[in-house]
Design a protein around this ligand. Structure first.
Ligand code: NAD
Length: 368
């Protein structure tokens, strides 16, 4: 047990729930990192972890990441995440997810779940049979549906802010942008870039996905490894994590990295510093791709896609704030983003110093 508390203590987690149901075979861990600003929201990942320790480490790391993403996006949410230990291809059943839903319901709204790697909208619809604390439901059921157009607009807004700060330009006309991965988010990002006069260079392992972008917007296709050394103004990672590492950073000719992929830096501190040392402005991944979270957060208040799009455009101002903080402190943009997020958690937390009586059943405040 001391291992669990030690791990929680190191990164400031509030609560970890181990969920077990013999009948359905459910083995899940829900981690709540920080609820200073609001209920913890984060997806439920299903993965065949080799050990329970590996699952615990993953859920703690991911939950903390969500606190920072929500804080920086200006949402009234905290950070949490869940993992279900199992094979997403063979172990899924209705009862497994409904059982998970009952554990989520048991937390009475301290944690709100959603889909993630290994889980789908359909799985969340099973979860929803047991709890109202779930997002990422299909639009047909009143949910927010596919978040990628909102994520892409947010990433595009963040990319424009990065261009403004680094190059002093308001326009993207003629800028060469390399998009790595033209799947859900990458496709829409290419659309916005093409509409705004950028020149597209794209790469993907999926030739169909490449063809769609070439046909719809016009783009030059480049080799999978050539994206790093290509003559580009901007590199936009929209596929895998850890693409910014010891091998790739020295190859970059661009002066901007701005894309939607998660966990772009192989080693957060080291590789953020390497980019800074090379004069490359890096848009912190969890800030520039927070449109996806903004989209599901909207579902909590009653989904409105127009409002989600407008909020995602706010990523422009968010990144400008991070860049000026980084300049003032002389630190990497990664470090500045953490500082901005932590400051918001602290300041919003202090609002709770003002006492508000609890609402009674009549919706009035008790004079307790
Ligand atoms: P996706 O699976 O639809 O697209 C990823 C694309 O990358 C695919 O076309 C795939 O073929 C391609 N790809 C895989 N390996 C590659 C490689 N080695 N080189 C080049 N291309 C490769 O996923 P998505 O939903 O578009 O998400 C893309 C990234 O953005 C992921 O890192 C995801 O975590 C992150 N993200 C997505 C959202 C969202 O709303 N979908 C929100 C936040 C963050």
């Amino acid at each position: 047990m001391s291992v669990v508390f030690e791990s929680m203590n190191k990164r400031g987690h509030e609560e970890v729930v181990f969920c077990h149901d013999q009948d359905t075979g459910l083995k899940a861990i829900i981690a709540i990192h920080n609820t200073t600003i609001g209920p913890a929201l984060g997806g439920c990942r299903m993965w065949n972890y080799e050990t329970e320790a590996e699952a615990l480490t993953d859920v703690l790391r991911l939950a903390r990441g969500m606190s920072y993403k929500a804080a920086i996006a200006g949402l009234n949410l905290g950070g949490g995440k869940a993992v279900i230990i199992g094979n997403a291809k063979t172990d899924k059943t209705e009862t497994l997810f409904r059982s998970f839903g009952r554990f989520v319901e048991g937390l009475s709204g301290r944690y709100i779940t959603a889909e993630d790697v290994g889980t789908s909208v359909k799985d969340m619809e099973w979860v929803r049979m047991e709890t109202k604390y779930v997002t990422g439901i299909s639009r047909a059921l009143g949910g927010s549906g596919d978040p990628s157009p909102v994520t892409a607009l947010g990433a595009f807004s963040g990319l424009k802010a990065t261009v403004k700060h680094q190059l002093g330009k308001d326009s993207l006309v003629g800028l060469k942008v390399g998009v790595q991965g033209v799947g859900h988010v990458g496709y829409y990002l290419c659309k916005y870039l093409a509409e705004n006069g950028a020149k597209l260079f794209i790469t993907d392992i999926d030739t169909e996905a490449l063809k769609r972008v070439v046909d719809d917007f016009g783009a030059d296709v480049i080799g999978l490894d050539d994206i790093y050394s290509a003559d580009l103004d901007i590199y936009a990672p929209c596929a895998l994590g850890a693409t910014l590492n010891d091998d790739t950073i020295p190859q970059l000719k661009c002066s901007i990295v701005a894309g939607a992929a998660n966990n772009q830096l192989k080693d957060d501190t080291k590789h953020a510093q390497m980019l800074k040392d090379r004069g490359i402005l890096y848009a912190p991944d969890y800030a520039i791709n927070s449109g996806g979270l903004i989209n599901v957060a909207n579902e909590i208040e009653g989904y409105n896609r127009e409002r989600a799009f407008r909020q995602a455009e706010g990523i422009y101002d968010m990144l400008m704030k991070i860049y000026s903080q980084a300049d003032i402190d002389g630190v990497t943009t990664h470090e500045a983003a953490s500082k901005v997020a932590e400051q918001r958690m602290r300041e919003v937390g202090k609002l709770k110093n003002v006492y508000l009586p609890k609402k009674n059943v009549m919706g009035r405040r008790d004079n307790a």
